[in-house]
Design a binder for this molecule. Structure first.
Ligand SMILES: Cc1cc2nc3c(=O)[nH]c(=O)nc-3n(C[C@H](O)[C@H](O)[C@H](O)COP(=O)(O)O)c2cc1C
Length: 356
């Protein structure tokens, strides 16, 4: 089996998932300081914000950390004449938080070139990407600077494409996972492979370490992932309810109360399928059919979601969570790390019962 810890310079083969829009320096630093790999999601961050975030992470920990970006897939829309129509489609939700449909911004997202330039300057130990194979030039530049590159696959074919593209390790994400389904070869709906099927087939197909993600909530999931041939795990939802997380009370309450079958894949909030709670905003947007293409929809709903977040209005936020949300029961990042470590083969007595 590959040694992920040696590859990434960490003590435990446990990766904190990046949370685009919801990562916190405190949580990322806590996981890195605890010997795992803390990741920080940079979705939507411009160069200046990336530099400031990396500086804050370095002040908080001297341990390795990972920065995560979304690669452009080429079908992203730019602000244009359609914007006002898209915005009017969401007028009722804007009205609920007391704002008018917003005019188009200059851009919905910073360019990936701007993000990468800032990442090179920030020099994290690891760059992780979703939604594609990074360009050869980016992989080469990362390696020239001693930065490891993690790619994310939702199918075996995507894993093979990433390995051919020179990434150092692959996050194999099962359909159980919280948040966006980062498929890039076929549609997300055609790429809903569960983790038990995905991991061993990816392990057989590629010659780089495989990190299992999606639905791993406690030591039992970790033990299962290693039994399937994974060299490490990436965990989101169980860390999202810890005190170091940036999730607000409504989001924490949703994680604590949503059953394994309580989440759905929906395009409503961003224009791309993501797993979360079908709250009122999701239901109303789906019923209206007013879903703009990505990233316009994400930018637009972001205007009311941020206000709703400040006011604790769970019905108007993105409540991303995975199918193992009911397993998320620890209050501190160190406790989650200790629980997950107990599932790593050779970590002690093979007792995979869950601590209370
Ligand atoms: C709020 C939220 C935001 C996320 N944003 C990203 C992201 O920006 N980039 C990424 O690679 N994965 C993102 N993910 C997915 C996680 O990296 C991870 O694959 C997933 O949480 C694993 O499933 P689990 O929650 O069942 O452990 C996000 C997940 C959540 C809950």
């Amino acid at each position: 089996m590959h040694d992920l810890t040696a590859l990434l310079g960490i003590r435990h083969p446990i990766v904190l998932a990046p949370f685009g829009g919801l990562s916190s320096v405190a949580l990322t630093a806590a996981v890195s300081a605890g010997g795992g790999l803390g990741s920080y999601g940079l979705y939507g961050y411009d160069g200046e914000r990336i530099r400031a975030t990396a500086a804050a992470l370095r002040r908080a920990t001297s341990a390795p950390f990972s920065l995560n970006i979304w690669l452009p897939t080429g079908d992203e829309v730019r602000p244009g004449p359609e914007h006002d129509g898209y915005a009017r489609g969401l007028a009722a939700l804007f009205a609920e938080v007391g704002i008018q449909p917003p005019p188009a911004p200059e851009q919905y997202l910073p360019t990936v070139e701007e993000q990468l330039d800032a990442i090179w300057e920030a020099a994290p130990a690891v760059l992780s990407v979703v939604f594609g194979v990074p360009p050869v030039s980016a992989v080469d530049e990362a390696h020239r600077r001693g930065i490891r590159v993690l790619g994310t696959a939702t199918t075996v074919a995507e894993a093979v494409a990433l390995a051919d593209g020179g990434v150092d390790a692959i996050v194999a994400t099962g359909a159980e996972a919280a948040g966006h389904r980062a498929s890039f070869l076929r549609s997300a709906e055609e790429s809903l492979v569960g983790l038990v099927s995905l991991v061993p087939q990816v392990v057989d197909a590629v010659d780089v370490p495989v990190i299992a993600a999606g639905g791993i909530g406690d030591r039992r999931g970790v033990a299962a992932a290693f039994a399937l041939g994974a060299s490490g795990v990436q965990v989101g939802t169980s860390f999202l309810v810890t005190r170091e997380s940036a999730a607000n009370d409504a989001h924490r309450a949703a994680i604590r109360s949503t059953a394994a079958d309580g989440s759905v894949l929906t395009r409503a909030m961003s224009g791309r399928p993501a797993r979360g709670v079908p709250n009122r905003a999701v239901r109303e947007i789906e019923a209206s059919g007013a879903i703009a293409p990505f990233p316009a929809q994400n930018w637009l709903t972001g205007r009311f979601r941020s206000i709703a977040g400040q006011r604790g209005l769970g019905e108007l936020q993105s409540l991303w969570l995975g199918q193992s949300a009911p397993l998320a029961r620890w209050d501190a990042a160190a406790e989650v790390l200790a629980e997950l470590r107990a599932g790593i083969p050779g970590s002690g007595p093979r007792d995979v019962r869950v601590r209370g």
